[in-house]
Design a protein around this ligand. Structure first.
Ligand SMILES: Nc1ncnc2c1ncn2[C@@H]1O[C@H](COP(=O)(O)OP(=O)(O)OP(=O)(O)O)[C@@H](O)[C@H]1O
Ligand SMILES: [Mg+2]
Length: 525
């Protein structure tokens, strides 16, 4: 790699929040024309470092330079003017405004005080075109899927003459094709000479796109490495603060879903459930089973889960829970029948930012008990402490406002919210999104232990290796239909992938004979 001059240099950055030293004398250098991955466990300080650079949380100590000039932005706008474009972990777009307005917000061209709409549209379209995104920018941003909204946020950040582009977990809701598209954009911006900072928990992506890696741990700098010189196992070891052989023991090959946890009676039986375009779908779920729902983004996984939970109403078919017909028409009924649903949409359906970790955790349980039967304070504390330990939630105390936790730790609190209800059936929709490698394995183990305790788990994940490890049965969804099921030894990443990717018979242009037992089983079902 060519030695390039530093573009952005941070020296000795420190930042303390009440009870947490979030950054401890961190050095960080971004060069022009490189993609620099910033790695570390949940709570390691990645987002805080970015916020210290961009004036969201000015550091307590340390100094910044941009292209050799001292820099001390007092607000994100300040940093933007200096040439640092940022998309933060929690994308903040205004749902009811149009795409164009979101992109141009705060910098609309005006003449004599009047907004110049044609110019706004023109500039917004240009920003979208730079990302290869062809959408109608006059539509409200909320009408587009999360993936598109994410790209709009990037288009917004890029609009300025940015020299540094910072992306904090930009790919967590994008599918493979969209990730590939984003990488193309990142590479071409790099070739234009931008310095790009990329935060992610997907190791594959780090190796696919980055030139250099900086690792943080507990707010401190572990080191900076050329990506080509840092084998994956060593990266993981440095992130976790472990030796390579300790990490090796965790192993990728572990099949937690396998083994002979007893499969018990049928807990849930769905027949022909459907809703506008989705289904009809048949599903069975037994005690002691982890049923994976695999498929691409938009294949109908979350929609199916929402039908089971009564969050959307099924327009056809029947649902039986423990043998009795259940008209699941609201989540409250579903919860009463023993279901829990941990949503993928942490921000929209999940956390209440200003409430504490403990309050967020016990919200659903308290709601079920009714406002009049308050859970005793000592019991609340006991539960909160139990799950903080069990899930390794990094928080100074159960009373800390949840908005002060790192993204991944907020996700764990949500999971705890459902676990403490002790449902018999729990639906986990992307439970490991935004969660670091170490905690992922912990969550997979937890799922295995729930299964051993006789619960039934529906496990939705875009990461096929994880589905393959965690599940005892996998239903594959495609185009809003269930297209196949895999059981036991049939489950591996490749077989799931094949089912996910296979063209429909119409697309393939031939009435193909069923070419595997799986497909036959799917048609029989
Ligand atoms: N506004 C805040 N107030 C108090 N504590 C905070 C605040 N923001 C972050 N922290 C704490 O600082 C530490 C570092 O958090 P940070 O968000 O930087 O982690 P991260 O590396 O981005 O993690 P993740 O991968 O989960 O996003 C955490 O312990 C977090 O709880
Ligand atoms: Mg973060």
């Amino acid at each position: 790699m060519i030695a390039r001059p530093p573009l952005l240099e941070a020296r000795g950055l420190s930042k303390t929040f009440p009870g947490v030293k979030a950054l401890d004398g961190v050095d960080f250098t971004v060069r022009a024309g490189e993609i620099h991955a910033l790695m570390g466990e949940n709570g390691a300080g990645k987002s805080t470092l970015i916020k210290a650079i961009t004036g969201v949380h000015p550091p307590d100590a340390g100094a910044l330079e941009l292209a050799g000039e001292p820099l001390s932005p007092s607000s994100p706008l300040d940093a933007e003017h200096a040439g640092i474009a940022t998309v933060y972990q929690e994308v903040n777009l205004i749902p009811d405004l149009s795409v164009a307005e979101n992109i141009m917000l705060g910098r609309q061209p005006k003449r004599a005080g009047f907004l110049r709409w044609r110019e706004i549209r023109g500039q917004a379209d240009a920003a979208l075109a730079r990302l290869g995104l062809e959408i109608d920018a006059s539509q409200a941003v909320s009408r587009f899927p999360m993936a598109v909204q994410q790209l709009v946020a990037i288009a917004r950040a890029l609009h300025t003459d940015a020299r540094v582009l910072i992306l904090d977990e930009p790919t967590s809701s994008l599918d493979d094709a969209e990730v590939a598209g984003l990488f193309e954009v990142m590479r071409s911006l790099r070739d234009e000479g931008l310095g790009i900072v990329f935060v992610t928990h997907f190791l594959d992506q780090v190796y696919a796109v980055s030139d250099r890696i900086t690792v943080l741990r507990n707010g401190g700098l572990v080191g900076e490495y050329p990506t080509a010189d840092l084998p994956r196992i060593e990266l993981v070891a440095r992130m976790l603060g472990k030796q390579v052989d300790e990490v090796d023991a965790v192993g990728d090959t572990m099949r937690l879903g396998a083994g002979d946890a007893a499969i018990g009676e049928t807990l849930l039986e769905a027949r022909g459930i459907a809703r506008s375009g989705l289904g009809p779908i048949d599903l069975d779920l037994h005690r002691g089973e982890v049923l994976g729902l695999a498929g691409l983004l938009g294949s109908g996984r979350t929609e199916t889960a929402r039908l089971l939970f009564g969050a959307d109403r099924s327009t056809a078919g029947t649902l039986r829970i423990k043998g009795s017909l259940t008209p699941l028409s609201s989540p409250a009924e579903a919860i009463a029948a023993g279901l829990g649903f941990c949503s993928e949409d942490r921000k929209g359906e999940g956390i209440v930012p200003t409430l504490s970790v403990q309050e967020n955790m016990l919200l659903a349980m308290q709601a079920r008990q009714g406002a009049l039967r308050k859970i005793p304070a000592s019991k609340q504390r006991e539960l909160a402490e139990h799950y903080i330990t069990a899930l390794g939630i990094k928080t100074p105390s159960p009373d800390t406002p949840i908005e002060n936790l790192s993204g991944g730790n907020q996700q764990k609190v949500l999971l705890a919210r459902w676990l403490c209800m002790q449902p018999e059936i729990i639906i986990l929709d992307e439970p490991t999104r935004g969660i670091d490698v170490g905690a992922k394995v912990e969550i997979e183990k937890l799922v295995a232990s729930l299964r051993a305790d006789g619960m039934a788990v529906v496990f939705i994940s875009s990461e096929l290796d994880e589905v393959a490890r965690a599940c005892s049965r996998v239903a594959v969804m495609r185009d809003q239909k269930k297209v196949g099921e895999l059981t036991g030894d049939e489950i591996d990443e490749r077989s799931i992938m094949q089912l996910v990717a296979r063209l429909s018979k119409v697309e393939a242009g031939r009435p193909s004979a069923p070419n595997s037992t799986l497909e036959r089983r799917a048609t029989d079902a």
